[in-house]
Design a protein around this ligand. Structure first.
Ligand code: 6PG
Length: 472
């Protein structure tokens, strides 16, 4: 990704110094792509740093964690006050805050910059989420906005906020990416193993969905993956030979861990992370298969799931459930961005994040335009689900959504993303929640007190005494 980002920058006319700890890689970049722009190879860190004019701007693209610290430790002594050091990797935002504070003491501007779009995006135009100081952005911004992809003439790069804000938003982007992929996988599972549709037939279904409200990069590539045959065996779908254990590098897990600290219910992302974890417990799953029965009459394969006469209706129901669940996942992600922004004093503009996610990144989707519009109309929107367009879209889909969840339960095909999104929707909209009972229980066993609907203050019942209520 680093190599492609350097090529993208050089292709835009910027003289680009490049350095890799492996000489051969630096040399190969210049030899292979030297005609794309002006590259200045640096074969040692010192040579690389010396080749830059002051104040220097350096982008590092290395593995998050210890490797990033190692590179910073190597570079920092060679830098001068006013230089800008950019981390374009998937760093944890708390690491970015720590690094920014430490380098600020040395007069170095450290900017944590989220870059999405994979290797191809880095070359052809990623979505960029830059954090760091206004000062750093004044230098960096024009370059980043130049190399980012543009949608309707607007670059998919904007200053997110100080210190760790850019990496925080990138982390949430990845969390949403997990949730979105989980929901797509559930839709596939229900249609494949519930209705008995083949991967090729489902490729057509996803292609059709991609021309409606669900239009997005992830839906588009779902069709491609489902359409693909195993390159080593004729007529065997690739999806049938890929091991069903999802891996993760950690950004989804970080999103959920952070959300727990912020008290933000990102249940869609959490379900996605846990579903990946469950998929990876291969031994446990193998041991469970012969022991744990599914529902009587539950269907794996066609028949018994929905009447074949209703099959087309079911396909459309799944589309509606996918859209509604996706709106919930994004609503939760945007809630988390607001919570993080408040906690760390970043002043992140959610509408601007929707704007820069419209192109280049993995979650790019048509409906991000709607999210951008929702926040433009109402910057303080309490939840994306309350924007009139989304409220209406989800309300229209809710009967279908409920039918899909019921079918999945009856068939024994897990759809934790769909069902938890629906539970969140119901939890949000109901006038009274079951938490009143939780409060009663807490008061009984621990004298934790409760508040009342009709009076201010904290109250406690003398549970083991005369049963009267006292005010704390
Ligand atoms: C992006 C991607 C990128 C990475 C994924 C994969 O925005 O370009 O999100 O950062 O490929 O995070 O993550 P997992 O390996 O955890 O699925």
């Amino acid at each position: 990704m680093g190599r492609n980002l350097a090529r993208n920058i050089a292709r835009h006319g910027y003289v680009t110094a490049v350095h890799n700890r492996t000489d051969a890689k630096t040399r190969a970049l210049v030899e292979e792509f030297g005609d794309e722009g002006t590259f200045v190879p640096g074969y040692t860190t010192q040579e690389f740093v010396d080749s830059l004019s002051s104040p220097r701007t350096i982008i590092i693209m290395v593995k998050a964690g210890a490797p990033t610290d190692a590179v910073i430790d190597e570079l920092a002594p060679l830098l001068s006050e006013g230089d800008i050091l950019v981390d374009g990797g998937n760093a944890h935002f708390l690491d970015t805050r720590r690094r920014e504070a430490a380098l600020r003491e040395k007069g170095i501007h450290f900017a944590g910059v989220g870059v999405s779009g994979g290797e191809e995006g880095a070359l052809l135009g990623p979505s960029i989420m830059p954090g760091g100081s206004e000062h750093a952005y004044a230098t960096l911004g024009p370059v980043l906005e130049d190399i980012a992809v543009s949608v309707d003439g607007t670059p998919c790069a904007t200053h997110v906020g100080p210190d760790g804000a850019g990496h925080f938003v990138k982390m949430v982007h990845n969390g949403i990416e997990y949730a979105d992929m989980q929901l797509i996988a559930e839709a596939y599972d229900l249609l494949r193993h519930g209705l008995g549709r083949t991967p090729k037939q489902l490729a057509e279904v996803f292609t059709a969905w991609n021309s409606g409200d669900l239009e997005s990069f992830l839906i588009e590539i779902t069709a491609r993956v489902l359409d693909k045959d195993d390159p080593t065996q004729e007529g065997v779908p690739l999806v049938d030979v890929v091991l069903d254990e999802a891996e993760q590098k950690g950004t989804g897990r970080w999103t959920v861990q952070t959300a727990l600290d912020l008290g933000t219910p990102v249940s869609g992302i959490a379900e996605a992370v846990f579903a990946r974890a469950l998929s990876g417990h291969a031994e446990q799953r193998k041991a469970a298969q012969p022991v744990l029965p599914g529902p009587a009459g539950g269907a794996e394969g066609s028949g018994g799931f929905v009447e074949q006469a209703d099959a087309e209706q079911f396909v459309d129901d799944v589309r509606a459930a996918l859209y509604a669940s996706k709106v919930v996942a994004y609503a939760q992600g945007f809630d988390m961005i607001r919570a993080g922004s408040q906690e760390y004093g970043w002043d992140v503009d959610p509408g601007a994040m929707a704007t820069i996610w419209r192109g280049g990144c993995i979650i790019r989707a048509k409906f991000l335009d709607r999210i951008k519009d929702a926040y433009a109309k109402s910057p303080e929107l309490p939840s994306l689900l309350l924007d009139p367009y989304f409220a209406d879209a989800v309300a229209k889909g809710q009967e279908a959504w409920r039918r899909v969840v019921v079918h999945s339960v009856n068939a024994g095909i897990p759809a934790p993303g769909f069902s938890s999104a629906l539970a969140y929707y119901d939890g949000l909209r109901r006038e009274r929640s079951s938490a009143a009972l939780v409060q009663g229980l807490r008061d009984l066993f621990g004298a934790h007190t409760y508040k009342r609907v009709d009076r201010d203050g904290s109250f406690h019942v003398e549970w083991s005494g005369d049963g009267s209520e006292s005010q704390g």
